[in-house]
Structures are given as C-alpha cells and as structure tokens.
Write a protein that binds this ligand. Structure first.
Ligand SMILES: *Cc1c(COP(=O)(O)O)cnc(C)c1O
Length: 397
C-alpha cells in the first residue's frame, strides 16, 4: 500500500453537474456553471470581478497583457516559485527581477524588495507560498509609493487571509489555479481576480480572443468584433461544473486539509524541538489556506536520502521548486552566482509530504513514523525507532 503524494478529491455532485452541463447544451465558456463559480469567488474572496480561465498560467499572461509591457520592463518576483510566475511576463518581453525569500515562510522577503526597484520596474508579483501570506502591509506600501502594479499569484492561497483580509484582494490583480494538485480543482483551470474596476472591461476582451463578445452577450453592443489583442483564455463550462461541485464543499475540503496539516505539525514538533528539522512558520495575522505540508532539513545533503528512505517505506514525498534564477533558462536573469542564497538553501532542504483531503491518520502515521526512523541516530528518539509503523508515534512527554 503506497501513499501517493496527492489524490485528487472527487466532489459529491461533480458527476451530476458534469452531466447537467452536457445535457443543457452549453459546454463552452461563460455558461451557467461558470457564472456560479465566478459569483462564488466574487462573494467568498470579496473581489470586484472573477473571470474563470483555462489556467493560472493564462491568468498570469492576462496580467502581463493588462500591464502593456514594453521590452525591458521589469517585474519583481521570487525565484522560489513555479515557472509560470516568470514565464507569463517573459513571453511578453519583461525581465523578471528575482528577489530572495524569507527563511521562515519561504515567501518573498519584503525587506529586500525596495532595493530591487528600478526605473524599469512595472509590477511586484507575490506568491503566498503554501497558502501563507507574504508580508502584505510592507509590500502594499512599497507598490503604492513606487506606483507599481501589485499582482498576487495566489495559486496556493485561495481562502487564506492576512490580517483578516482575504488573499487575492491586495493586488489590483490576482490569479488562482484549479489544477489537479491544488486545493480546488477541475483538472486544469484558473481564474483572474480583478480588484481595479478599470481593468475589468479589457480583461474580458483579452480572455475572449480580443473581441467584445462578453459585452455583446450582456446586450451592451449589437454585434461583436475584434477590438484589441487577446487569446482564448475562457474555461469550458463543463469544467466549471466540476469546479462548482468542489466550491460547494469548500468547508469540508478546507477543514479536512486543516486537520491533516495540524496532525503532521503536532506529531513532527518533537523533531523540530530536537533540532533535526524546521517546520513551516505561520506568522501572526496569517490565516493559511492549507495548500501543502512541508518541512526543511537541517542539511541539504540529506534530501535525496530521506526521499528515497520514504519511498522505500511506501511514502511518496517530494522536493519542490528548483530556483528559477539558477535554471537553464532563468540564469540569464540572475544578478550573480550568489543571487538569492536563501532560495537555493530552501530548494535543497525542503520536503513535501503526502497531503490531500482524504488522507487518513493511518497514512499520515506511516509517513510520520518513517521520518522518525530516518532520524534514528538521535538517542532522544529511540522511543520511535521501535514503534509499530502502523500505529501513531508516541510523543515524548
Ligand atoms: C500551480 C501554480 C501555477 C500554475 O498553475 P496552472 O493552473 O497549472 O497554470 C502558477 N503559480 C504557482 C505558484 C503555482 O503553484
């Protein structure tokens, strides 16, 4: 019995809504399920407009188009992120300006952002890693003072908050992902969240192949035509049907993820206290979105060993982002060989554990016990070495 890294959640009404969408004959974009999903996001997150898209990557590309980038314009962002955070802007001529991350949250280090601002900077892109907010107070203040667009790549953070305010409401624009690996999913999908009403009209046009088709369907114009640049970024209503079934179970999904996260945290805390690993930090004022569970090894040379050890114990644990600034393509944007040292250190030491809605305590115990066995050199953990791997580890009192 292997424990997978992820097991996508099947919402109760997903198949029912999929067949309804099929039968009602509106399977393409902007249909009834899309409207329900968009209304749900607008209401739950508290954004002015939510537009479903084919992916988070495409929603980020829409952000780049809305910025009207000129070649050489710069966008500040972490190097410790998924490649799309950068590529969406790079394909429109921008230069990513990588800023290092904090050692506790793996989020953009707000103390280092200002030094990266130049005359060419147009935007700051933040990623709320693991669904834990960046220090938005400082970052919003910088964006405002330097007149920069703020964009939240909120692929991890739907339903998270910072100082009581939902993630996705800080930037003029924010993006979401509904890829299979995310908290809410429909296979592939995303959304663009818009908090600046001046951007909404053009965003609709960009999403609809550069036409004013959305305004036409609302009866605002009597025919629709080519009015701007654009592409095909609209999510099929068929997928929105599957997504809406998940939104309806948001409470169940989030509370199951929270319980699983809390359990890992509680059971692994003695290892942090013993100094063999570092658990994720959730600063005061951050309500996290429980997207993933990770820990950091003290020593990067242990990474391959622990992943192999866990795999042999039937536990599929994985590493995470390889730094963009030292990747084959991204290295052209690095400022030097010592750029973003914390990003490199985190990348070498971060382990993600199996984490999904329906993970059982028995499965989590298997992972936890295997981790204790891996660190069995410490006499303080003799206790765990002999533990039956199927049973919960006893916490040292
Ligand atoms: C998953 C992810 C994306 C890309 O999402 P897609 O919907 O697959 O395009 C972008 N940024 C971050 C931080 C992600 O985790």
């Amino acid at each position: 019995m292997k424990i997978p890294f992820n097991r996508p959640y099947q919402a109760q009404h997903a198949l029912d809504y999929l067949s309804k969408s099929w039968e009602n004959g509106h399977t393409s974009g902007a249909g009834p399920f899309s409207r329900r999903c968009e209304a749900w996001l607008e209401e739950r997150v508290g954004v002015e407009r939510a537009l479903l898209t084919t992916s988070c990557t495409h929603a980020l590309e829409m952000c780049a188009l809305l910025l009207n980038l000129e070649p050489g314009d710069e966008v500040i962002m972490p190097s410790y992120t998924f490649v799309s955070t950068a590529n969406a802007f790079v394909i429109h001529g921008a230069v990513p300006r990588f800023v290092d991350i904090r050692q506790d949250t793996q989020n953009l280090d707000e103390q280092q952002v200002e030094a990266a601002i130049t005359e060419r900077t147009r935007a700051i892109g933040v990623v709320h890693y693991a669904g834990v907010a960046c220090e938005m107070e400082r970052i919003c203040e910088l964006a405002e003072r330097h007149n920069l667009m703020l964009i939240e790549d909120n692929a991890h953070g739907l339903l998270g908050a910072y100082q009581g305010r939902p993630l996705g409401t800080f930037g003029q624009l924010a993006t979401l992902s509904f890829h299979e690996t995310k908290n809410f999913s429909c296979g592939e999908g995303g959304a663009l969240l818009i908090n600046d009403s001046q951007l909404a009209g053009r965003a609709e046009i960009l999403r609809e192949k550069g036409t004013n088709r959305s305004a036409f369907f609302r009866g605002e114009v009597d025919k629709y035509s080519w009015v701007d640049k654009g592409s095909s970024y609209v999510m099929a209503d068929l997928l929105a049907a599957a997504l809406f079934a998940q939104f309806e179970e948001a409470e169940t999904i989030q509370s199951a993820r929270q319980a699983a996260w809390d359990y890992y945290h509680e059971r692994l805390k003695p290892l942090e206290d013993a100094g063999v690993l570092q658990l994720p930090a959730v600063p005061d004022g951050c309500e996290q979105a429980y997207h993933l569970f990770y820990f950091l090894l003290r020593d990067g040379s242990q990474l391959q060993d622990i992943l192999t050890f866990l795999r042999e114990a039937g536990v599929h644990a994985v590493f995470h982002y390889l730094p963009l600034h030292s990747s084959e393509f991204g290295r052209q944007y690095a400022l030097g060989p010592d750029d973003c040292p914390q990003t490199t250190a985190t990348s070498e030491r971060l382990v993600r554990l199996p984490f999904f809605v329906e993970i059982t305590r028995t499965e989590q115990d298997r992972a936890i016990n295997a981790i204790y066995r891996f660190f069995d050199l410490s006499p303080a953990h003799e206790l765990h070495r002999s533990a039956d791997p199927a049973r919960p580890v006893a916490l040292p009192s």
